[in-house]
Design a protein around this ligand. Structure first.
Ligand code: HAM
Length: 425
């Protein structure tokens, strides 16, 4: 049998792994400025967390979850997203008890059994943030501003991105609207795909997301929630837009943006990028979920957040020609000459590394000539040689690989001298 990674997964080799680490560092730095703290929840949860949190009628819960019984017979699911877990955790640890609020962020793999394509994986990586316990429209704007700041900081030009915005309403206006859309779907059932006919009963608003051309046509004339929002939701939405305008954040209102998870109330948003991506062009998205804490049995607690997809962000970065910092190059190669000076060579390479100077030595018994070739291949700026002669004099020979010059340096001064030379370039 040939072994390969399961369909829809990839091995993140060094370049991609460096990019992932880079994005996490940028996120940590930016999110800290907005007061967000890290949280790591388990990669699997009891299945009910997602079933109840995300909603049984969603594609994610209905079709895409990796669910299995553990050895104790308990139903377990690999997390398809981070929000339900974070809210479950916040409730479990009383992070929002007594009117407290919490700003949290996370990064890690998520799992959805989807049909793999460009920018769509079965194991994919997200960076997300959640703001719990705050209802003011200013926090909606803050979360959006932070997400856009992240994308710009990693080098995606603003003109390559589209920020879509909508309000999903809440209990006071959405149920009425859902019924209206359900009725509309039923009257147009002839022109709809089987999925959308069923959605009339299960999840009518998802029909806005259907890609079937005839459904798209029908939905283009469907009633819009924008026109049915209750006064509170309309006021909230106006205030969010006002804050974004005040920050000079450009957005497009998209009254058909409904998103794929059922917990959303009021503000929803999505960032799309076309350059470098195919049909899976949402690089990030999120929204408010003021009812989610109650779903888990907690007190009514407002919340909202976003998640961005690592793979898609990387594609958008590549399309913009962004170079991600990669492997730190080897700066110094310490050559081994013979057994008598081996301990010295090993000590030297360790001293350099302790000084955080990337250094390498041979572990394959190469000849001196082959070691120089290897140093060249690795791009080392300097090669250090301690042979019996040098050792007897308490010195090492330092060869500059591009200038092709050599000098002898006293061993006790060697690390400092090398650091100085590398600083000078
Ligand atoms: P989502 O829109 O399902 O939202 O996912 C967020 C982002 O994850 C997407 O915009 C996309 O970039 C990426 N993504 C999703 N599925 C895949 C996939 N199969 N392959 C590659 N990338 C993917 C959420 O997950 C919500 N938890 C966001 C949120 C946080 N809402 C409130 N707080």
């Amino acid at each position: 049998m040939e072994y390969h990674a399961p369909k829809g997964t990839v091995d993140m080799l060094s370049d991609t792994a460096y990019a992932w680490e880079h994005l996490q560092r940028v996120a940590a730095e930016i999110f800290a400025a907005y007061g967000y703290q890290p949280i790591y929840t388990p990669i699997f949860e009891h299945t009910e967390v997602f079933e109840r949190g995300i909603g049984e009628a969603t594609d994610v819960v209905g079709k895409e979850m990796y669910t299995f019984a553990d050895k104790g017979g308990r139903s377990i699911t690999l997390r398809p997203e981070g929000t339900a877990s974070v809210v479950r955790s916040a409730l479990e640890h009383s992070l929002t008890a007594n009117g407290q609020s919490a700003k949290l962020y996370y990064a890690g793999p998520m799992f959805r059994y989807e049909r793999p394509q460009k920018g769509r994986m079965r194991q994919f990586w997200q960076i997300g943030a959640e703001a719990l316990g705050m209802q003011d429209p200013s926090i909606d704007a803050e979360v959006i501003v932070m997400l856009m700041a992240f994308f710009e900081a990693v080098g995606i030009p603003r003109q390559n991105m589209r920020l879509l915005l909508n309000s999903m309403g809440e209990d006071s206006c959405r149920p009425k609207y859902r019924e209206k859309v359900a009725g509309y779907l039923r009257t147009h059932a002839d022109a709809l795909c089987g999925g959308c006919v069923r959605r009339a009963d299960t999840n009518p608003l998802r029909a806005f997301d259907c890609k079937t051309p005839s459904c798209k046509e029908v939905m283009a004339a469907a009633p819009l929630l924008r026109d049915e929002l209750c006064d509170e939701c309309a006021t909230h939405y106006r205030a969010v837009k006002g804050h974004l305008d005040g920050q000079g954040i450009l957005y497009e209102e998209d009254a058909t943006l409904v998103r794929g998870l059922d917990y959303y109330t009021r503000t929803v948003f999505e960032v799309q990028a076309d350059a470098g991506l195919g049909s899976q062009n949402a690089i990030g998205g999120g929204g408010r979920y003021d009812g989610l804490m109650e779903v888990f049995g907690g007190q009514p607690t407002p919340g909202l957040g976003f998640a961005l997809g690592f793979e898609r962000t990387l594609l958008a970065m590549a399309a913009a020609g962004v170079e991600v910092p990669g492997t730190p190059a080897v700066r110094v190669y310490v050559a081994r000459v013979d057994a008598s000076t081996d301990p010295e060579a090993f000590r030297l390479v360790s001293d350099l590394r302790r000084a955080r100077i990337p250094a390498e030595m041979d572990h394959k018994g190469r000849s001196l000539k082959a070691q120089f070739r290897q140093a060249d291949r690795l791009g080392a700026n300097l090669v250090v040689v301690v042979g019996p002669d040098e050792s007897a004099a308490g010195e090492a020979t330092v060869r500059d690989m591009s200038a092709k010059t050599e000098e002898r340096v006293a061993l006790p001064r060697l690390v400092a001298a090398i650091a100085e030379r590398l600083r000078q370039g």
